[in-house]
Design a protein around this ligand. Structure first.
Ligand SMILES: N[C@@H](CCC(=O)N[C@@H](CS)C(=O)NCC(=O)O)C(=O)O
Length: 199
């Protein structure tokens, strides 16, 4: 049984979505960040960053939402959320998950907190907010999903960031993003979570 340490209104939403898409049984362990539960000594042994989400699976701890999505999609190929290692789509799949963690997330967070642009944008992994959004558009425009007709964990990870970015108004509501969200937003797993008050 997969144990998922989560908190309402947090990045653990992405991993809840992945679990719901996979249909795998899992146990939710509430680690409410509004009460500081993520800094309790027992939890710090699981994630020394004192952050959610984290999972424990077969005695192994995995933290970082992107790693959890990638790990679980590979651990349970029957869920159909990851191209196999020898599938030519594997490169595209990994590329956009890593882009989500390395570029989309910092770009959106910087925008949300009005961090000033730096002069030497070439020294930033994500370059600039505009560059990141332009690149993201190229991934989503062909559609319907990042891997074309195939929905994958890359759509869960990237889609959760787009959904959050649009919600907090830190992501420009470009037509490509809105159309993509119409498609992934229709996923029954996401609808189920959004309707649940506690996600
Ligand atoms: N890089 C981590 C970030 C996780 C993260 O920042 N989680 C926030 C909630 S959205 C958290 O636990 N904050 C509580 C704290 O830092 O005290 C990931 O992608 O999983």
């Amino acid at each position: 049984m997969i144990k998922l340490y989560w908190s309402p209104r947090s990045r653990s939403f992405t991993t809840l979505w992945l679990m719901e898409e996979s249909g795998l049984p899992y146990e939710r362990v509430l680690t409410d960040i509004s009460t500081g539960a993520q800094k309790a000594p027992d939890y710090l042994k699981i994630n020394p960053m004192g952050k959610v989400p984290a999972i424990v699976h077969r005695g192994v701890v995995v933290t970082e939402a992107a790693a959890i999505c990638t790990y679980l999609a590979d651990a349970y190929p029957q869920a159909g959320l990851a191209p196999a290692l020898d599938d030519p789509q594997r490169g595209t799949y990994l590329r956009w998950i890593f882009f989500g963690a390395g570029c989309i997330e910092p770009a959106i967070v910087d925008k949300l907190f009005h961090r000033p642009a730096v002069e030497r944008k070439g020294a930033l992994g994500y370059g600039s907010y505009e560059d990141t959004l332009n690149a993201l558009e190229t991934a989503l425009e062909p559609g319907p999903f990042i891997l074309g007709n195939r929905f994958s964990a890359a759509d869960v990870y990237v889609g959760a960031q787009i959904q959050w970015g649009l919600m907090v108004k830190a992501l420009e509501p470009r037509p490509v993003f809105l159309k993509y969200m119409e498609r992934v937003g229709a996923r029954p797993a996401l609808q189920k979570l959004l309707k649940g008050a506690s996600s």
